[in-house]
Design a protein around this ligand. Structure first.
Ligand SMILES: [Zn+2]
Length: 146
């Protein structure tokens, strides 16, 4: 990717770029869905009327879950490491993504939703993931709730 690529993107390329940022039906997302389903929770997907279009929405629990890819959402982990070339471009791009995520979370909380962010790199242990999801949803005072 060229450093100035976004400025010259045609609309279809730009939307393709955005799709990758908040990718739908990604493998990590499918895993979280299948675990939530197995635990018996009812949820809806990508509700576009909510800020940030959360990946999973649990209306009964007034809770949403985002499943974030480490790279595109700027996780502080090995997978989230930025490329060493075109640094200015990636810094701007990924900081913009992270800022968008923060705004969506704040808006959701202001609307009374509880927010859990799951990172791609944290999904290796399905048992642990299930326990985390369960405690987040059932416990209104959950530790993931700021
Ligand atoms: Zn990560």
């Amino acid at each position: 990717v060229k450093a100035d690529a976004t400025d010259n993107m045609v609309p279809s390329a730009r939307s393709e770029n955005m799709r990758r940022v908040r990718g739908k039906n990604t493998r990590p997302e499918m895993l979280v869905r299948s675990i939530a389903h197995r635990l018996g929770f009812r949820f809806r997907l990508h509700r576009s009327d909510l800020p940030g279009k959360p990946d999973l929405v649990f209306p009964k629990y007034r809770a949403v879950v985002f499943v974030n890819g480490c790279f595109w959402h700027g996780h502080d982990c090995r997978r989230g490491r930025r490329p060493s070339s075109n640094q200015a471009f990636w810094d701007a791009k990924l900081e913009e993504n992270a800022a968008r995520d923060r705004r969506a979370e704040e808006s959701l909380r202001a609307l009374g939703w509880r927010v859990l962010v799951l990172w791609e790199c944290e999904l290796r242990d399905e048992v642990e993931l299930g326990a985390r999801l369960d405690s987040f949803l059932r416990n209104a005072e959950g530790k993931d709730h700021e």
